[in-house]
Ligand binder design. Structure first.
Ligand code: SF4
Length: 555
C-alpha cells in the first residue's frame, strides 16, 4: 500500500531540542495524515493531559499524495488535544504548505513542551533552529508572515503561524498558513499559543521517494481544469441559496431556519467581489475566492460558505462586505470563523442586537485580545452561554457548522456522534440528504451509512485528498493510487475513528456526550444502531479488545 515516507520529528520547545524517530510501521499501517497523527497522539499524549499543558502534543502530518503533482492534494492535517472539546481533534488546511513540508524530508512534526519565551521554529532538511521572537508578541498573522519573509525569505507558503487569539489561548484559535488558510476547528492555535510557539517554517529539498502506482494524475488534472461546476466560480458559497431554500441555514442564532437576505451574502454576491482565481498547490480545480471591495478597503480570501453562515445569517447580517471584513479580521487574528461567528451571534442574541455588524466586529476583535466581554466569549458558547443567558448550541463543546441538523436528520445524527463535535466535515451525510439520495427525515436506519461516511472522510484526511475532489479522485482511483482495496482503506478510516473515541473515553467521554441540544426523531435508537455498527458498547465506549496500534510511546 502506498504510504508516506520519512521519520517523525519531535520538537520539544521547552528543552529546545529536536529528535527523529523512525515510524515505518506506523506509516505502513496507517498511510499518513490524520490516521498516523491520531495513532501517535493516542500513544503519546497522556490521557489526563491538560490541553494547555506542556504534555499536550500537536501533530502536523502529510500524506503520500503531497509528493505528487495531482489536483486536490494541496492540503495538510493537524491533530492534538483540543481546548474547546477536551478530546482529540483533527483539522485540515489547504494552501501551499504541503510541498514545503515534504521538502524537509519528515512525515510528521510533533510539537511538545512549553517555551519560556515566544519562539519561531525553523524546520529544514538540515535540522531544526529555534529563534526567540519577543518582538512578534501580539503580531497578527500577516505581520508574522511579513517578518519571516523579511528576516528569512520564507513567506506564508512556508509557514504556520498563530495570531493574538492563539497567544491569548482563545479556545477556538486557529493555526494559519498562507495567511488565509486555517487549521480552524478545535483551537489548536491556542495549543501552540500555550507552548509559546508563534510560528513554524518549513524549507528543504529532501522529499523522500514515493512512487505512485499508475498515477491517474493527468486525468484528474484535466477533468478538474475542464469542469464547469459552479463551485469553481463561487467556491462553497455557490450553494448558499439552495441551502436556504431547504431551511437548513441557521439564522439569528438558531431562532430561524432561513435568512431573508441570503442572496445578498451568497454565491453571486461573493462572485461579484472576486477579483482573481485562487487555489491550493497543484490544484487545477481552483475553488478559492480572493475577494475585495475597494470602497470599503477590504481584501480577503473567502468568505467560504460556513463564514457566510456564521458571520452572516447567524448574526442577521445581510451585507457581503461586512462578512468579508469579519473573514479578514478572523484570519488576521487567527480564529476559526465558525466558532467565532457563532459565539458572537450568541452575544448579539443576548443583547438583542442582531444585524449590528459594527458591534459584531468590535466584539470579534475583543475576543482575540480577551478584552472585557471578549474574555468571556473567548471560552466559546459551551462555557459562556449561562452568563449570556442563551441556549447552548454546541456538541462536545464545539459550535455548530451550518447545514441544520433539525432539518437534515442524518446530519444531526452525525453532529451528535462525531468525536470532533458539531462539525460538518466529519461525515458527509449532508450531501446525501441535500441530493435526495437519503431522505432528510428521520434517523433510524442511517447508522450504517454514517459509519461509511465517517470512515471515508477519515481516510481522505489520511491520504490526503481534498473533500471537494471526490467526483474526480473517485473510490476506484483511490484504489489505484494507494494500491489497495477500498475496504482496506476504509478499515484505516475506521481504526482512526476508533482510536479517537478510545482516547476520548479515557478522558471520560461516553454516551452522555453523544447528543444534541434539540430534538430530532428517534435519536437514541439511531445512536444504539450506530454503536452496534461500530462494535462499541451501549455506553458509547470502545472495548479495549478492539484496539490495535503499532505507534511508539513517548518514553
Ligand atoms: S478543490 Fe479547492 S480547497 Fe480543494 S485543493 Fe483544490 S483549490 Fe484547494
Amino acid at each position: 500500500m502506498l504510504h508516506t515516507e520519512g521519520p517523525l520529528l519531535t520538537v520539544d520547545v521547552g528543552e529546545r531540542a529536536a529528535s527523529e524517530t523512525a515510524i515505518d510501521d506506523v506509516l505502513e499501517t496507517n498511510v499518513g495524515g490524520r490516521a498516523v497523527a491520531t495513532a501517535l497522539a493516542h500513544e503519546r499524549i497522556p490521557f489526563d493531559a491538560d490541553p494547555f499543558g506542556s504534555e499536550n502534543r500537536a501533530y502536523l502530518a502529510t500524506g503520500p499524495l503531497q509528493q505528487s503533482g495531482m489536483s486536490f492534494t494541496g492540503r495538510m492535517n493537524m491533530t492534538g488535544l483540543s481546548p474547546l472539546t477536551d478530546g482529540l481533534v483533527s483539522t485540515n488546511a489547504g494552501g501551499y504548505l504541503s510541498r514545503n513540508f515534504v521538502g524537509t524530508g519528515i512525515s510528521v512534526l510533533e510539537v511538545v513542551g512549553q517555551s519560556d519565551e515566544l519562539l519561531a521554529v525553523h524546520v529544514t532538511d538540515q535540522g531544526v533552529e529555534f529563534e526567540a521572537v519577543p518582538e512578534l508578541e501580539g503580531a497578527t498573522v500577516p505581520e508574522t508572515s511579513e517578518y519571516m519573509t523579511e528576516r528569512h525569505d520564507l513567506g506564508p507558503d512556508n509557514c504556520i503561524a498563530i495570531g493574538p487569539a492563539g497567544e491569548n489561548r482563545v479556545r477556538f484559535a486557529s493555526v494559519m498558513t498562507f495567511d488565509s488558510r486555517a487549521f480552524g476547528r478545535g483551537g489548536l492555535g491556542a495549543v501552540l499559543g500555550s507552548k509559546n510557539v508563534k510560528c513554524v517554517t518549513f524549507e528543504g529539498d529532501a522529499a523522500p521517494p514515493v512512487e505512485i502506482p499508475d498515477p491517474p494524475e493527468m486525468d484528474v488534472h484535466r477533468e478538474a481544469a475542464q469542469s464547469d461546476d459552479l463551485m469553481r466560480r463561487q467556491g462553497t458559497t455557490g450553494s448558499t441559496e439552495f441551502i436556504n431554500d431547504n431551511f437548513a441555514l441557521p439564522t439569528r442564532y438558531f431562532s430561524e431556519y432561513e435568512f431573508e437576505h441570503a442572496d445578498r451574502i451568497g454565491g453571486n454576491a461573493v462572485e461579484e467581489k472576486k477579483y482573481k482565481k485562487g487555489a491550493c498547490s497543484a490544484c487545477a480545480y481552483a475553488c478559492k475566492l480572493p475577494t475585495r471591495d475597494e470602497e470599503a478597503g477590504v481584501e480577503t480570501e473567502g468568505p467560504e460558505f460556513e463564514t457566510v453562515y456564521a458571520f452572516g445569517s447567524s448574526q442577521g447580517v445581510g451585507d457581503i462586505v461586512d462578512v468579508m471584513r469579519a473573514n479578514e479580521l478572523c484570519d488576521s487574528l487567527g480564529m476559526d470563523t465558525i466558532s467565532a461567528g457563532v459565539t458572537v451571534a450568541a452575544y448579539l442574541a443576548s443583547e438583542d442586537e442582531f444585524g449590528n455588524a459594527e458591534l459584531a466586529r468590535e466584539v470579534t476583535e475583543r475576543i482575540a485580545y480577551r478584552e472585557g466581554i471578549g474574555d468571556i466569549l473567548a471560552e466559546g458558547v459551551d462555557r459562556c452561554h449561562d452568563e449570556l443567558g442563551v441556549d447552548n448550541y454546541t456538541v462536545k463543546g464545539m459550535e455548530f457548522a451550518a447545514h441544520d441538523g433539525r432539518v437534515l436528520h442524518g446530519q444531526g445524527l452525525s453532529y451528535a456522534l462525531a468525536n470532533r463535535g458539531a462539525d460538518h466535515m466529519y461525515a458527509g451525510m449532508l450531501t446525501l440528504e441535500y441530493s435526495g439520495e437519503l431522505d432528510p427525515e428521520g434517523t433510524l436506519g442511517k447508522a450504517e451509512r454514517l459509519v461509511q461516511e465517517e470512515n471515508a472522510a477519515a481516510f481522505r484526511d489520511t491520504g490526503i485528498v481534498c473533500a471537494f475532489g471526490s467526483d474526480y479522485v473517485t473510490d476506484d482511483r483511490l484504489e489505484t493510487l494507494f494500491d489497495a482495496d477500498y475496504e482496506e482503506l476504509m478499515e484505516i478510516g475506521a481504526r482512526t475513528v476508533r482510536l479517537e473515541r478510545h482516547f476520548n473515553n479515557q478522558r471520560g467521554f461516553d454516551r452522555a456526550d453523544d447528543g444534541l441540544p434539540y430534538e430530532i426523531p428517534d435519536l437514541e435508537g439511531a445512536i444504539d444502531e450506530y454503536y452496534a455498527a461500530r462494535g462499541w458498547t451501549s455506553d458509547g465506549t470502545v472495548p479495549d479488545a478492539a484496539l490495535e496500534t503499532v505507534a511508539p510511546s513517548a518514553d
